[in-house]
Design a protein around this ligand. Structure first.
Ligand code: NAD
Ligand code: UDP
Ligand code: UDP
Length: 339
C-alpha cells in the first residue's frame, strides 16, 4: 500500500531563482495549542519537518519543556506560555487545538479547569480562527461515545455519556467543544476539522498517568509485577503516535467539505494479557503478572471504526503494536535511567 502523495513544502534555496522557490508560498504559520504535550510535541516536530512556521502555545499543566527541547533551537519554532482559557491574539494560517489534559488522573485533578480548557479554550481558538479566516482542527476523543452501547463506534453514534459524573468534565467538555466547532462552521462559515482520537501511545507519553501502556512498560523495566486489572481479557486498540499524526495532517489538508467528525485510531484489538506478554517479551523482563480489581465502568472492549478515515483520507495505521512498542520502550528506558 502506498500513501497518497502530499504537497511538500521544503524551505527554498535562497540562491535559487527557479520555480522551486515558489514552494516557499506553501509555508504556513501554524499554531499548535497543547504543543508541549505528548501528541502536540510530535505534531510540532512533523510540521517543522514539512517546512512550516510553528507556534506552540502551552501552559505546561501536563506538557513539559523536555518534550520540545529538541525544537527550541529551530528558528521556525516559537514557544509561548499561555492558557487557552484566556484570549489569544496572533496571526496564523492554521490552528491545531490540542490543549487539554487527557488522562483521568490529570483531567480530574482540577475538573472545573478541564471544562474551561475545552469550552473557553475552544471559544477563544474559534474566535481567533474566525478573525483570521484560518482553518482550525480540534482534537476530540473517543470518550465522546462515553460507555458505548454499540461496537465498534461509527461517527454517527451519538454516545452514552453521564453528564454529571467524575469523567464528565472531560467527556462533556469535549462534546461541547464539538458543538462549538460545528456552530462556528454553520453560523460563521469557518473551516473546521474534527478528529475523534482513540487510545494512542508512543515516546513522550506520560510515565505516571496510570494508562495501561505506560504502566506495563515501567513495571516491566523495573522488574515490578505487571498489574492486570480484572482477568485481563478486556480489549483495547492502540494507535502508534506517528500514524495518528499522519491522520491529523491528512484531515487538515482534506477538502473543506470534510469537517468530520472522523475517527482516528488503530482497529487492531488486543487483550490486556496479550499486551502484558508482548511488553514482557520485548523488554526481556521477568516481571510476574498479577491481578488487581477491575475499576468500575471499565469498558470490556474499545475499537475504532475507521471506515470513514479509510475512504475519505485514504488513511489507516501502518505501525504494528510490536513495532510501535519498541521506540516507546526505548523512551521509557532512557527516562528511567535519567531518574
Ligand atoms: P497531554 O496532556 O500530553 O497534552 C495536552 C497539552 O495541553 C499539555 O502540554 C498541557 O500542558 C496543555 N494544556 C492543558 N490545559 C491547557 C490550557 N488551559 N492552556 C494551554 N495548554 C494547556 O495529552 P495528549 O495525549 O498529548 O493529548 C492531546 C489532545 O489529544 C488532548 O486534547 C486530548 O484530549 C486529545 N486526545 C488524546 C488521546 C491520547 O490517546 N493521547 C486520545 C483522545 C484524545
Ligand atoms: N478571540 C481571541 N483571539 C482573537 C479573536 C477572538 O482570543 O483573535 C476570543 C475573544 O476573546 C472572544 C472569543 O474569541 O471571546 C470568541 O470570539 P468571537 O468573535 O466568536 O465572539 P465575540 O468576540 O463576539 O464574543
Ligand atoms: N489496565 C490494566 N492495568 C493497568 C492499567 C490499566 O489492566 O495498570 C487496564 C484497564 O483496566 C483498562 C485497560 O487497561 O481495561 C486500558 O486502560 P487505560 O486507562 O490505559 O485506558 P482506557 O480504559 O481509557 O481505554
Amino acid at each position: 500500500e502506498t500513501k497518497t502523495p502530499r504537497a511538500t513544502c521544503r524551505r527554498p534555496d535562497p540562491d535559487s531563482t527557479d520555480l522551486a522557490s515558489m514552494t516557499y508560498s506553501l509555508r504556513k504559520r501554524i499554531l499548535v495549542t497543547g504543543g508541549a504535550g505528548f501528541l502536540g510535541s510530535h505534531l510540532c516536530q512533523r510540521l517543522l519537518a514539512e517546512g512550516h512556521d510553528v507556534i506552540c502555545v502551552d501552559n505546561f499543566f501536563t506538557g513539559t519543556k523536555d518534550n520540545i527541547a529538541q525544537l527550541l533551537d529551530n528558528p521556525y519554532f516559537e514557544l509561548m506560555r499561555h492558557d487557552v482559557t484566556f484570549p489569544l491574539y496572533l496571526e496564523v494560517d492554521e490552528i491545531y487545538n490540542l490543549a487539554c489534559p487527557a488522562s483521568p488522573i490529570h483531567y480530574q485533578f482540577d475538573p472545573v479547569q478541564t471544562t474551561k480548557t475545552s469550552v473557553h479554550g475552544a471559544i477563544n481558538m474559534l474566535g481567533l480562527a474566525k478573525r483570521l479566516k484560518a482553518k482550525i482542527f480540534q482534537a476530540s476523543t473517543s470518550e465522546v461515545y462515553g460507555d458505548p452501547t454499540i461496537h465498534p463506534q461509527p461517527e454517527s453514534y451519538w454516545g452514552n455519556v453521564n453528564p454529571n459524573g467524575p469523567r464528565s468534565c472531560y467527556d462533556e467538555g469535549k462534546r461541547c467543544a464539538e458543538t462549538l466547532f460545528f456552530d462556528y462552521r454553520r453560523q460563521h462559515g469557518l473551516r473546521v476539522k474534527l478528529a475523534r482520537i482513540f487510545n494512542t501511545y508512543g515516546p513522550r507519553m506520560h510515565p505516571n498517568d496510570g494508562r495501561v501502556v505506560s504502566n506495563f512498560i515501567v513495571q516491566a523495566l523495573r522488574g515490578e509485577p505487571i498489574t492486570l486489572y480484572g482477568n485481563g481479557t478486556q480489549t483495547r486498540s492502540f494507535c502508534y503516535v506517528d500514524d495518528l499524526i499522519e491522520g491529523f495532517i491528512r484531515l487538515m489538508d482534506s477538502p473543506d467539505a470534510l469537517a468530520g467528525p472522523i475517527n482516528l485510531g488503530n482497529p487492531g484489538e488486543f487483550t490486556m494479557i496479550e499486551l502484558a506478554e508482548t511488553i514482557r517479551d520485548l523488554t526481556g523482563s521477568q516481571s510476574p503478572l498479577v491481578h488487581e480489581a477491575l475499576p468500575t465502568d471499565d469498558p470490556r472492549q474499545r475499537q475504532p471504526d475507521i471506515a470513514l478515515a479509510r475512504s475519505a483520507l485514504d488513511w489507516e495505521p501502518r505501525v504494528a503494536l510490536r513495532e510501535g512498542l519498541k521506540p516507546t520502550i526505548d523512551y521509557f528506558e532512557q527516562l528511567l535511567r535519567l531518574g
